[in-house]
Design a protein around this ligand. Structure first.
Ligand SMILES: [Zn+2]
Length: 140
């Protein structure tokens, strides 16, 4: 946190977020968090109690050409994968909420530019601007 590069006057990212906008993003993050954590409970229940019953039960509207990979194992692994992603997302949301408290929300962690609001609206817990995110994904 010892960055002292606060002298960038011309920002390409857009205007700084107002207190009101920050509150809006905070609300958005809290709602999203509640939503996905509720979802997490449901997913876990489904994964734990998933029985053949369901697979055998409601097949009436399943296409007959359904490939055979939709086995119990496949489905369970898939569900577990989803849960991990949800946990990641909760972590991201918590980190974003912390940044709101710290006053660093909406600032790219890599280049200190403001993250465009359109991007924040799409991904309220984004901590990198589009450019840095792309570089990160490319491993640059
Ligand atoms: Zn950046």
């Amino acid at each position: 946190m010892g960055k002292s590069k606060r002298k960038r006057s011309k920002s390409q990212g857009g205007a700084k977020l107002t207190a009101k906008e920050l509150q809006g993003f905070k609300k958005l993050l809290l709602i999203k968090r509640a939503f996905i954590t509720g979802d997490l409970d449901r997913l876990q229940n489904e994964t734990l109690s998933k029985s053949r019953q369901e697979a055998a039960g409601d097949i009436s509207n399943m296409p007959t050409h359904m490939p055979d990979i939709a086995s119990d194992n496949f489905e369970q692994e898939f569900s577990v994968g989803l849960i991990e992603n949800v946990e990641d997302e909760v972590r991201e949301i918590d980190a974003a909420l912390e940044r709101i408290e710290e006053g660093t929300f909406g600032i790219c962690e890599s280049c200190d530019q403001l993250i465009p609001k359109a991007r924040l609206r799409a991904i309220p817990y984004a901590h990198l601007c589009v450019e840095c995110k792309r570089k990160e994904e490319l491993g640059e």
